[in-house]
Design a protein around this ligand. Sequence first.
Ligand code: PLP
Length: 380
Amino acid sequence: MFSNAFGATMAAETFAPIPYVNLAAQIADEAADLSDLFMRVISRGDHVGGEDIALLEQELAAQIGVTHVVALKSGTDALVLTLKALGIGPGDEVITPPNSFIASTAAIVHAGATPVFADVGTDQNIDPEAVERAISPRTRAIMPVHLTGRMCEMDALRSLAEAHGLLIIEDAAQSVGSTFHGQASGALGKAGCFSTHPLKNLNALGDGGFVSTNDDDLASRLKRLRNHGMIDRETVAEFGFVSRMDTVQAAILRYRLARLPGLIAQRRRNATAYRQVLDPRHVYVPPERPDTCDTYHTFVIQTDGRDALKAHLAAEGIGTAIHYPVPIHLQPAAAGLGYAYGDFPVTESQSRRILTLPVNQFMTGDEVQRVADAVNRFFG
Ligand SMILES: Cc1ncc(COP(=O)(O)O)c(C=O)c1O
């Protein structure tokens, strides 16, 4: 079907696999800069708590529009330590969606609190009406997840939080750079918890994460919790953790933060191209809402015949993924939470229909077209 008059070379290019992620392309693109950066940073010898940490924190805080950012070891730690630092624990309930990465719920459990799930809407984000129904006298916080880099309906969630005296802790792991009505993800609640895992849009060469907040007390408690609870070399204010970001990772993140707007713009261009070509009779892509900026950590379609489509794309050399095939309330780990199949019909239905297409910034326009054409061809 793809052979043409240009011969074997052209045919080989046409069939070149399109990987779901392409971290090798990112390294190739940055290789010279990164080797300079590595030598410059590691030869200073300030491997833990070095100067890039504070600089990264300042730069991120300025970008998000908050007074503090605290760099940590992972996005999961960002969630766990934020909950702990806010005093959320045994006896408290935190409302969160059942269709996130497992870490959102795990963090609530590790803080000693109880996760309470609220179903999502057609856009895969937590449904404010479901949140309202889930509020009980024990609810302390709402943890919305800006899945795929698409912002949750924060006006409605903030009104609910205000009316019921609840905290909002944004799980912003997938939404660095996203905005809602002009405000950045991570600036819309008490705290924003981010991941800089290699698969995120702002990615380190290993695990990493950070918390954004306007709360001075929260920031200083997080700073001591990440470092054994110490306030200076002699004084341990509380028993803490080791959750410091490595200096070299902070330096890489500073370098990549400067390139983030270009990366987001390219992902948005890819997403727009998908929207123009994918056949809406067969594929649902939640529309972008006015006055929000979605950053496409992932590009997720919803469709019937998902598993067969995934196999069809794999046969054409196109990598895809499913975020997430098993809702959290149906995971063995969640058995003790008391939920059952049928409790969250939208999440459950979407888990059978969602498919994540490659959207990374190294895809060419032709590759996006090839993926979209392959999807359309599947449906005939
Ligand atoms: C929504 C969400 N929350 C939390 C996390 C946890 O982040 P990390 O992997 O950095 O611990 C992730 C990362 O995959 C995520 O996607």
